[in-house]
Design a protein around this ligand. Structure first.
Ligand SMILES: [Zn+2]
Length: 334
Protein backbone atom coordinates (compact mmCIF):
# COMPACT_ATOMS: atom_id res chain seq x y z
CA UNK A 1 0.00 0.00 0.00
CA UNK A 2 1.16 3.51 -0.84
CA UNK A 3 0.79 6.24 1.79
CA UNK A 4 0.91 9.96 1.05
CA UNK A 5 1.07 12.74 3.64
CA UNK A 6 0.03 16.11 2.23
CA UNK A 7 0.89 19.27 4.16
CA UNK A 8 -0.90 22.53 3.30
CA UNK A 9 1.80 25.09 3.97
CA UNK A 10 0.31 28.25 5.47
CA UNK A 11 0.92 30.84 8.18
CA UNK A 12 -0.62 30.31 11.60
CA UNK A 13 -0.32 28.79 15.06
CA UNK A 14 -2.20 26.52 17.42
CA UNK A 15 -4.38 27.64 20.30
CA UNK A 16 -6.19 25.04 22.43
CA UNK A 17 -5.74 22.33 19.80
CA UNK A 18 -7.16 24.51 17.04
CA UNK A 19 -5.24 25.96 14.13
CA UNK A 20 -5.57 29.73 13.75
CA UNK A 21 -4.39 30.85 10.31
CA UNK A 22 -3.04 34.27 11.19
CA UNK A 23 -0.53 35.88 8.83
CA UNK A 24 1.76 36.82 11.69
CA UNK A 25 2.30 33.14 12.42
CA UNK A 26 5.38 32.85 10.21
CA UNK A 27 6.57 29.98 12.41
CA UNK A 28 3.62 28.02 11.06
CA UNK A 29 5.79 27.68 7.97
CA UNK A 30 9.34 27.95 9.31
CA UNK A 31 9.08 25.69 12.36
CA UNK A 32 6.06 23.71 11.19
CA UNK A 33 7.76 22.45 8.02
CA UNK A 34 11.01 21.76 9.86
CA UNK A 35 9.26 19.77 12.62
CA UNK A 36 7.18 17.73 10.19
CA UNK A 37 10.26 16.78 8.14
CA UNK A 38 12.05 15.71 11.34
CA UNK A 39 9.14 13.43 12.34
CA UNK A 40 8.71 12.06 8.79
CA UNK A 41 12.41 11.23 8.53
CA UNK A 42 12.13 9.00 11.62
CA UNK A 43 9.77 6.70 9.71
CA UNK A 44 11.04 7.12 6.16
CA UNK A 45 7.85 9.02 5.33
CA UNK A 46 7.77 11.44 2.40
CA UNK A 47 5.79 14.66 2.61
CA UNK A 48 4.00 16.41 -0.24
CA UNK A 49 4.08 20.11 0.71
CA UNK A 50 1.52 22.20 -1.16
CA UNK A 51 2.82 25.71 -0.66
CA UNK A 52 0.88 28.99 -0.68
CA UNK A 53 2.95 31.38 -2.81
CA UNK A 54 2.93 34.03 -0.04
CA UNK A 55 4.73 31.62 2.30
CA UNK A 56 7.40 30.50 -0.19
CA UNK A 57 10.08 32.87 1.09
CA UNK A 58 9.92 31.17 4.51
CA UNK A 59 9.89 27.63 3.12
CA UNK A 60 13.22 25.69 3.01
CA UNK A 61 14.93 25.92 -0.41
CA UNK A 62 15.74 22.22 -0.54
CA UNK A 63 13.47 19.56 0.93
CA UNK A 64 15.34 16.56 -0.47
CA UNK A 65 13.11 13.53 -1.05
CA UNK A 66 9.95 15.47 -0.17
CA UNK A 67 7.92 17.33 -2.79
CA UNK A 68 6.73 20.90 -3.41
CA UNK A 69 3.32 21.59 -4.98
CA UNK A 70 0.94 24.54 -5.18
CA UNK A 71 -1.82 25.55 -2.74
CA UNK A 72 -4.12 28.42 -3.66
CA UNK A 73 -6.47 30.47 -1.50
CA UNK A 74 -8.23 32.97 -3.71
CA UNK A 75 -9.73 36.31 -2.67
CA UNK A 76 -9.18 38.41 0.42
CA UNK A 77 -11.57 37.74 3.29
CA UNK A 78 -11.50 38.71 6.94
CA UNK A 79 -12.33 35.83 9.26
CA UNK A 80 -13.54 36.05 12.83
CA UNK A 81 -13.68 33.07 15.14
CA UNK A 82 -14.13 33.41 18.92
CA UNK A 83 -11.65 36.17 19.83
CA UNK A 84 -9.44 35.62 16.77
CA UNK A 85 -9.31 37.67 13.57
CA UNK A 86 -7.29 36.99 10.46
CA UNK A 87 -7.31 37.29 6.68
CA UNK A 88 -7.70 34.41 4.25
CA UNK A 89 -6.04 34.93 0.90
CA UNK A 90 -2.59 35.05 -0.60
CA UNK A 91 -0.70 38.33 -0.45
CA UNK A 92 1.59 37.37 -3.33
CA UNK A 93 -1.34 36.50 -5.61
CA UNK A 94 -3.28 39.60 -4.55
CA UNK A 95 -0.33 41.77 -5.56
CA UNK A 96 0.45 39.97 -8.83
CA UNK A 97 -2.93 38.96 -10.30
CA UNK A 98 -5.98 40.87 -11.38
CA UNK A 99 -9.15 38.83 -11.03
CA UNK A 100 -12.75 39.93 -11.37
CA UNK A 101 -14.29 38.51 -8.17
CA UNK A 102 -13.23 38.68 -4.51
CA UNK A 103 -14.12 35.21 -3.26
CA UNK A 104 -12.35 32.72 -1.01
CA UNK A 105 -13.74 29.93 -3.22
CA UNK A 106 -12.12 29.12 -6.54
CA UNK A 107 -15.41 27.85 -7.92
CA UNK A 108 -16.79 31.43 -7.82
CA UNK A 109 -14.08 32.55 -10.25
CA UNK A 110 -14.30 32.16 -14.03
CA UNK A 111 -11.90 29.95 -15.98
CA UNK A 112 -9.59 32.79 -16.98
CA UNK A 113 -9.25 34.08 -13.41
CA UNK A 114 -8.58 30.59 -12.02
CA UNK A 115 -5.93 29.98 -14.70
CA UNK A 116 -4.28 33.33 -13.89
CA UNK A 117 -3.97 32.45 -10.18
CA UNK A 118 -2.74 28.93 -10.89
CA UNK A 119 -0.14 29.99 -13.48
CA UNK A 120 1.11 32.96 -11.45
CA UNK A 121 1.49 30.77 -8.34
CA UNK A 122 3.20 28.03 -10.29
CA UNK A 123 5.68 30.41 -11.99
CA UNK A 124 6.60 31.94 -8.64
CA UNK A 125 7.26 28.54 -7.01
CA UNK A 126 9.32 27.57 -10.09
CA UNK A 127 11.45 30.71 -9.69
CA UNK A 128 12.07 30.14 -5.99
CA UNK A 129 12.50 26.37 -5.81
CA UNK A 130 13.76 25.63 -9.34
CA UNK A 131 11.25 22.81 -9.66
CA UNK A 132 8.09 22.58 -11.70
CA UNK A 133 5.17 21.94 -9.29
CA UNK A 134 2.97 19.09 -10.52
CA UNK A 135 0.54 18.69 -7.62
CA UNK A 136 -2.17 21.04 -6.42
CA UNK A 137 -4.67 21.59 -3.59
CA UNK A 138 -7.49 24.15 -3.77
CA UNK A 139 -8.11 26.24 -0.64
CA UNK A 140 -11.31 25.17 1.15
CA UNK A 141 -11.46 22.19 -1.29
CA UNK A 142 -13.39 24.49 -3.63
CA UNK A 143 -13.26 23.50 -7.29
CA UNK A 144 -15.36 23.13 -10.40
CA UNK A 145 -14.88 21.96 -13.99
CA UNK A 146 -12.95 25.14 -14.81
CA UNK A 147 -10.42 24.34 -12.07
CA UNK A 148 -9.53 20.90 -13.42
CA UNK A 149 -9.28 22.29 -16.96
CA UNK A 150 -7.04 25.13 -15.78
CA UNK A 151 -4.84 22.62 -13.93
CA UNK A 152 -4.46 20.46 -17.04
CA UNK A 153 -3.59 23.51 -19.16
CA UNK A 154 -1.07 24.72 -16.59
CA UNK A 155 0.69 21.32 -16.66
CA UNK A 156 -0.44 19.88 -13.33
CA UNK A 157 -0.71 16.09 -13.06
CA UNK A 158 -2.23 15.50 -9.60
CA UNK A 159 -5.04 17.31 -7.80
CA UNK A 160 -5.33 16.48 -4.08
CA UNK A 161 -8.40 18.65 -3.37
CA UNK A 162 -11.15 16.03 -3.16
CA UNK A 163 -12.95 15.29 0.10
CA UNK A 164 -15.34 12.49 -0.90
CA UNK A 165 -18.85 12.54 0.47
CA UNK A 166 -18.60 16.15 1.53
CA UNK A 167 -20.52 19.19 0.54
CA UNK A 168 -20.28 22.46 2.42
CA UNK A 169 -23.23 24.59 1.32
CA UNK A 170 -22.58 25.99 -2.14
CA UNK A 171 -18.83 26.48 -1.80
CA UNK A 172 -17.33 23.07 -2.43
CA UNK A 173 -18.95 19.88 -3.60
CA UNK A 174 -17.44 16.41 -3.56
CA UNK A 175 -20.68 14.69 -2.54
CA UNK A 176 -20.84 12.47 -5.64
CA UNK A 177 -17.71 10.53 -4.65
CA UNK A 178 -18.13 7.46 -2.43
CA UNK A 179 -16.51 7.67 1.04
CA UNK A 180 -13.69 5.34 0.06
CA UNK A 181 -12.50 6.63 -3.28
CA UNK A 182 -9.27 5.82 -5.10
CA UNK A 183 -7.55 8.16 -7.63
CA UNK A 184 -9.38 8.75 -10.91
CA UNK A 185 -9.15 10.80 -14.10
CA UNK A 186 -12.00 13.34 -14.12
CA UNK A 187 -14.36 13.90 -17.02
CA UNK A 188 -14.23 17.23 -18.85
CA UNK A 189 -17.97 17.71 -18.27
CA UNK A 190 -17.99 16.78 -14.58
CA UNK A 191 -14.97 16.77 -12.28
CA UNK A 192 -16.71 14.34 -9.93
CA UNK A 193 -17.14 11.71 -12.62
CA UNK A 194 -14.58 9.45 -14.24
CA UNK A 195 -13.33 10.55 -17.64
CA UNK A 196 -10.13 10.95 -19.56
CA UNK A 197 -8.59 14.29 -18.59
CA UNK A 198 -4.82 13.84 -18.12
CA UNK A 199 -5.00 14.63 -14.40
CA UNK A 200 -5.31 12.39 -11.35
CA UNK A 201 -7.80 13.44 -8.71
CA UNK A 202 -6.49 11.89 -5.50
CA UNK A 203 -9.14 12.02 -2.75
CA UNK A 204 -8.29 12.44 0.94
CA UNK A 205 -8.99 9.22 2.90
CA UNK A 206 -12.22 9.31 4.88
CA UNK A 207 -12.92 7.50 8.15
CA UNK A 208 -16.30 6.02 9.01
CA UNK A 209 -18.94 7.45 9.04
CA UNK A 210 -17.47 10.70 7.65
CA UNK A 211 -14.46 12.94 8.09
CA UNK A 212 -10.99 13.56 6.68
CA UNK A 213 -8.03 11.53 7.86
CA UNK A 214 -6.10 14.41 9.41
CA UNK A 215 -4.31 14.79 12.75
CA UNK A 216 -6.36 17.95 13.12
CA UNK A 217 -9.52 15.84 13.50
CA UNK A 218 -8.00 13.95 16.46
CA UNK A 219 -9.26 16.41 19.13
CA UNK A 220 -12.77 15.55 17.88
CA UNK A 221 -12.62 11.88 16.90
CA UNK A 222 -9.57 10.47 18.68
CA UNK A 223 -6.44 8.99 17.15
CA UNK A 224 -8.04 5.53 17.24
CA UNK A 225 -10.52 6.60 14.50
CA UNK A 226 -7.64 7.41 12.15
CA UNK A 227 -5.82 4.18 13.01
CA UNK A 228 -9.04 2.19 12.49
CA UNK A 229 -9.52 3.89 9.12
CA UNK A 230 -5.99 2.98 8.09
CA UNK A 231 -6.70 -0.67 9.02
CA UNK A 232 -10.01 -0.58 7.14
CA UNK A 233 -8.10 0.42 3.97
CA UNK A 234 -5.05 -1.75 4.65
CA UNK A 235 -6.88 -5.01 5.38
CA UNK A 236 -8.72 -4.95 2.07
CA UNK A 237 -5.49 -4.22 0.18
CA UNK A 238 -6.51 -0.82 -1.09
CA UNK A 239 -3.60 0.73 -2.98
CA UNK A 240 -3.54 4.17 -1.36
CA UNK A 241 -4.01 5.91 2.00
CA UNK A 242 -4.05 9.73 1.94
CA UNK A 243 -3.49 11.84 5.08
CA UNK A 244 -3.48 15.63 5.13
CA UNK A 245 -2.62 18.37 7.63
CA UNK A 246 -1.68 22.07 7.87
CA UNK A 247 1.89 23.16 8.62
CA UNK A 248 0.96 25.42 11.62
CA UNK A 249 -0.28 22.37 13.53
CA UNK A 250 3.32 21.14 13.52
CA UNK A 251 4.38 24.02 15.79
CA UNK A 252 2.40 22.38 18.59
CA UNK A 253 3.92 19.62 20.67
CA UNK A 254 0.62 17.76 21.09
CA UNK A 255 -0.11 17.62 17.35
CA UNK A 256 3.53 16.63 16.71
CA UNK A 257 3.12 13.69 19.08
CA UNK A 258 -0.09 12.64 17.28
CA UNK A 259 1.62 12.67 13.87
CA UNK A 260 4.59 10.80 15.32
CA UNK A 261 2.33 8.09 16.75
CA UNK A 262 0.24 7.79 13.57
CA UNK A 263 3.29 7.47 11.28
CA UNK A 264 4.89 5.01 13.69
CA UNK A 265 1.71 2.87 13.65
CA UNK A 266 1.48 2.95 9.84
CA UNK A 267 5.19 2.34 9.23
CA UNK A 268 5.00 -1.00 11.09
CA UNK A 269 2.81 -2.38 8.26
CA UNK A 270 3.83 -3.27 4.76
CA UNK A 271 3.52 0.22 3.27
CA UNK A 272 5.56 2.49 1.05
CA UNK A 273 5.55 6.23 1.65
CA UNK A 274 5.59 8.12 -1.66
CA UNK A 275 5.10 11.73 -2.80
CA UNK A 276 1.83 12.47 -4.57
CA UNK A 277 3.30 12.95 -8.06
CA UNK A 278 4.42 9.28 -7.98
CA UNK A 279 0.80 8.08 -8.01
CA UNK A 280 -0.11 6.26 -11.21
CA UNK A 281 -2.84 3.87 -12.28
CA UNK A 282 -3.81 1.35 -9.59
CA UNK A 283 -6.24 -0.54 -11.80
CA UNK A 284 -9.70 -1.54 -10.69
CA UNK A 285 -10.51 -1.61 -6.97
CA UNK A 286 -13.65 -2.57 -5.10
CA UNK A 287 -13.64 -0.70 -1.80
CA UNK A 288 -16.19 -1.70 0.83
CA UNK A 289 -17.03 -0.47 4.32
CA UNK A 290 -15.53 -2.61 7.07
CA UNK A 291 -16.66 -1.66 10.56
CA UNK A 292 -14.55 -4.23 12.37
CA UNK A 293 -11.42 -2.07 12.88
CA UNK A 294 -13.59 0.70 14.35
CA UNK A 295 -15.42 -1.60 16.78
CA UNK A 296 -12.35 -3.64 17.72
CA UNK A 297 -10.27 -0.72 18.95
CA UNK A 298 -9.64 -0.50 22.72
CA UNK A 299 -12.00 2.46 23.10
CA UNK A 300 -14.56 1.11 20.63
CA UNK A 301 -17.44 0.84 23.13
CA UNK A 302 -20.92 1.92 22.09
CA UNK A 303 -21.07 4.94 24.44
CA UNK A 304 -17.64 6.17 23.35
CA UNK A 305 -18.72 5.96 19.74
CA UNK A 306 -21.88 7.98 20.45
CA UNK A 307 -19.85 10.66 22.25
CA UNK A 308 -17.45 10.74 19.35
CA UNK A 309 -20.26 11.19 16.84
CA UNK A 310 -21.42 14.26 18.75
CA UNK A 311 -17.90 15.67 18.65
CA UNK A 312 -17.67 14.98 14.92
CA UNK A 313 -20.75 17.10 14.44
CA UNK A 314 -19.09 19.85 16.50
CA UNK A 315 -16.09 19.65 14.19
CA UNK A 316 -18.34 20.12 11.18
CA UNK A 317 -20.26 23.05 12.63
CA UNK A 318 -17.02 24.88 13.56
CA UNK A 319 -16.89 26.44 10.09
CA UNK A 320 -20.37 27.87 10.56
CA UNK A 321 -19.26 29.60 13.78
CA UNK A 322 -16.81 31.70 11.79
CA UNK A 323 -17.78 34.97 10.18
CA UNK A 324 -16.31 35.94 6.86
CA UNK A 325 -16.25 39.45 5.45
CA UNK A 326 -14.77 40.13 1.99
CA UNK A 327 -12.26 43.01 2.22
CA UNK A 328 -10.50 45.28 -0.24
CA UNK A 329 -6.87 44.22 -0.29
CA UNK A 330 -4.21 46.59 0.92
CA UNK A 331 -0.67 45.53 1.73
CA UNK A 332 -1.05 47.41 5.02
CA UNK A 333 -3.95 45.43 6.43
CA UNK A 334 -2.06 42.32 7.50
ZN1 LIG B 1 -5.31 26.06 2.85
Amino acid sequence: MHVIVVCHTEYGYVKNKEVIYEEKGVDGVRRGVHNLIAIADRYGAKITFVVMPETAEHFPKNVGKHEVGLHIHSGWVEKRYKTFRWYVGDKYLMEHCKVSVNSAFLQDLNYKDQLTLIETGKDYLCDIFKVDPRVFVAGRWSENNDTVNALVNAGFTHDLSACPYQKSSSTSDWSKLPRICMPYHPSIENYQEKGDLPLWIVPVSQFFPFGNVSPEEVPYVGLSSLKACFLEYYKQNLPLFHIYLHSPSMTDIWFCSIVDELLSFISKRNVQFIVASQITDYGKTNPRTDLFPYLARPDGGFITILTRLKKMKASLTKETLMTEIPRAYSSRNT
